[in-house]
Design a protein around this ligand. Structure first.
Ligand code: AMP
Ligand code: ZN
Length: 139
């Protein structure tokens, strides 16, 4: 499997650094974003290292899409947000900060006025953990 020893998401896949895991299957992994734009912000990645949407193989893109749907359904069911955005960034101009293809599952609240460049602000790890358990229970 293609991996990058300097990539933070490859390190999560390898179990070298921890994550609040929501779901995994043979080719994809989902975990909580530790700098959440909103409560319940989750990520879905292919386990294999591909930098962006331009290069990720079609079968992995499809597998990620299937996992994104599962996570979005669980987030909606567990947290009942007013809405959920599915967002994906490619390149610096799109504010991609981790060069391992990933999709954001982003709960929204009416009036939160969230912008695409939401910034990276560390969340409260205890709240993220509790949130991850709530979402997992809905999977
Ligand atoms: P992007 O900026 O679209 O590339 O998204 C990368 C996301 O990965 C950001 O929202 C970060 O908060 C998130 N992130 C970075 N490192 C970690 C980590 N160790 N665990 C969970 N999320 C992370
Ligand atoms: Zn990687």
């Amino acid at each position: 499997m293609q991996t990058d020893k300097d990539c933070i998401f490859c390190k999560i896949v390898a179990g070298e650094i921890p994550c609040f895991k929501l779901y995994e299957d043979d080719s994809t992994l989902s975990f909580m974003d530790i700098n959440p734009a909103n409560e319940g912000h989750a990520l879905v990645i292919p386990k294999e290292h591909w930098r962006n949407v331009y290069v990720v193989p079609d079968d992995l893109f499809a597998a990620v899409a299937v996992s994104v749907k599962k996570i979005a359904q669980a987030v909606q069911s567990a947290l009942s947000p007013d809405g959920v955005n599915v967002v994906q960034a490619n390149g610096k101009g799109a504010a991609q900060s981790v060069e391992h293809f990933h999709v954001h599952v982003l709960p929204r609240t009416l009036g939160d006025e969230l912008k695409l460049n939401w910034g990276l602000n560390p969340g409260d790890m205890e709240r993220i953990k509790i949130c991850s358990e709530t979402i997992k229970a809905a999977l």
